[in-house]
Structures are given as structure tokens and as C-alpha cells.
Design a protein around this ligand. Structure first.
Ligand code: ADP
Length: 243
């Protein structure tokens, strides 16, 4: 019955708790984001089902249901992409990927949207091969270029550069668009963070694009650099150091 010693164990749970808080916040945000379009869809469908819509407006209501379900689909796609990136971080399968060729394909797919908005697309540089996960790099390039077109202005331009520079491979996407106000610049990479929620929603944004970019960059140990000036434009550079 004698105490001969004692052991004290101290566990630092800060990181675990922070991670749990982030996850809780993410779930709350996801539920909220999914609920908004679902509420509209359900409301429109109920009115149609009850014969409350005059025949000449049925097409308009169906169009609204279609638009909201597209939004829902974009959100679910982005959420799936984010969790896929999170899983892949554990054991990613890498291959040689040419960022210049990737940018070329991406710009080709964005050309119709850019033409509709009267935005010119230019690609500069040359072969820029990195060792990486192709799907993640595709998402990175696509989301940066898509934003550069979306947050642009009629008559504006997007310039993508992919090249080997010094000891590193660099990809940059520059636009002459609306820019990001200074006080928002260090928050736009957060999940669901949008400078102007209704503007982003109107353009089909989900608030997850830059989080996907951040994840994909981290996966490749690449460094992100943001330059933006309100009313002048934005340039996001991804530095693949030592690749
Ligand atoms: P979204 O789906 O809303 O575009 P993102 O995560 O891709 O979400 O971007 C977050 C926010 O950052 C956008 O809502 C927008 O306000 C701002 N943003 C992103 N890229 C640009 C850009 N090239 N020019 C101006 N604002 C941008």
C-alpha cells in the first residue's frame, strides 16, 4: 500500500481538436450549401405538382429546377474532388506531367466560355514537366483558369505561362479581371470562402475551387503565390520547387 512512484502523461491535443473543429465547420457549411438549391428545387417542383403554375410558365420553372440541380451537381463534384485529393495525399501515384500541355487542353475546353464573355486566352512558355498526380494537376490548372475567365470583364484577357525557370517549374495564371480586395486575399483559399457570394453563385461558383488548388499544390509540395489588385487583375503563381 505504499506509493513508490507516479507517472504523468501529457498529451497535446491542440492539432486534433483543431482538425475536428475544421471538420465540424466543413459539415455545417456543406449542409447549408446543399440545402439552398435543394429548397428551391423542392419548392418549384411542389408548385408544378400542385398545378399552381400557369402553363405558359412551366418552361421557366423547369429551367429553374435544371439550373439549381446543375449547381447541386457542381457542389457535389467539388466535394468529391476535395475528399479524393485528401485520400490521395496518403499514397499518391505519380507520373511525368507536362503543365504546358495540360494548360493547352484546359484553355481549349474553356474557349467557348471565354468567347461568350469576350475574354482572350493566351498560353506562353514551353515544355514544363513535373512529377505529379495528373488528375490533381488537371484540377489545379482548370480551377485557376476557370476563375480567371469567370472573374474577368468583357474585352479582358487571361495569360497562362508554364515554363522551367531557374531550378524550378512554374505555372502562372494572370487575368485582367475584377481583382480581389486586399482584406480578402488571405482567405480566398479557404473552403466555401467567396468575396461576393451572390456574384460567385450567379457564375456557377461553389467556393471550393481555390481549396482544391491549395490541396493539389500541397500534394506536390508546390508553393502558391497570389498577387491581386482590385479592378486591375489577379495573378496566381504555382512554384514547383526543385522539379
Ligand atoms: P468560386 O467557386 O466561388 O469561384 P473559388 O474557391 O474558386 O470559389 O474562389 C473563391 C473566391 O475568390 C471567389 O468567389 C472570388 O470571389 C475570388 N476569386 C478567385 N479567383 C479570382 C480571380 N481570378 N479574380 C477575382 N476574384 C477571384
Amino acid at each position: 500500500n505504499q506509493i513508490t512512484g507516479s507517472v504523468v502523461i501529457a498529451l497535446d491535443t491542440t492539432e486534433r481538436e483543431q482538425r475536428e473543429a475544421l471538420r465540424r465547420e466543413f459539415s455545417a457549411n456543406v449542409s447549408h450549401e446543399l440545402k439552398t438549391p435543394l429548397t428551391s428545387i423542392s419548392g418549384f417542383a411542389e408548385l408544378l405538382a400542385n398545378g399552381m403554375v400557369p402553363p405558359e410558365r412551366v418552361g421557366e420553372f423547369a429551367g429553374d429546377i435544371y439550373k439549381e440541380s446543375q449547381r447541386l451537381m457542381a457542389l457535389v463534384d467539388d466535394i468529391i474532388e476535395l475528399s479524393r485529393l485528401e485520400e490521395e495525399t496518403a499514397a499518391p501515384e505519380t507520373e511525368s506531367v507536362d503543365l504546358y500541355a495540360l494548360a493547352e487542353e484546359t484553355l481549349a475546353s474553356l474557349r467557348p466560355a471565354a468567347e461568350r464573355r469576350d475574354v482572350t486566352l493566351t498560353l506562353r512558355g514551353g515544355e514544363a514537366v513535373v512529377q505529379g498526380v495528373r488528375t490533381a494537376l488537371q484540377e489545379l490548372v482548370y480551377n485557376l483558369c476557370d476563375n480567371a475567365v469567370k472573374y474577368n470583364r468583357p474585352g479582358g484577357s487571361v495569360t497562362v505561362t508554364a515554363e522551367k525557370r531557374g531550378g524550378e517549374t512554374v505555372l502562372s495564371v494572370a487575368d485582367t479581371g475584377i481583382g480581389i480586395p486586399y482584406e480578402h486575399q488571405n482567405r480566398v483559399f479557404e473552403r466555401f470562402y467567396r468575396v461576393d457570394k451572390s456574384h460567385s453563385r450567379q457564375l456557377g461558383g461553389t467556393g471550393l475551387g481555390l481549396s482544391i488548388v491549395k490541396h493539389a499544390a500541397a500534394m506536390h509540395k508546390a508553393r502558391l503565390e497570389l498577387w491581386s489588385e482590385p479592378d486591375a487583375g489577379t495573378k496566381i503563381t504555382v512554384h514547383f520547387d526543385g522539379q
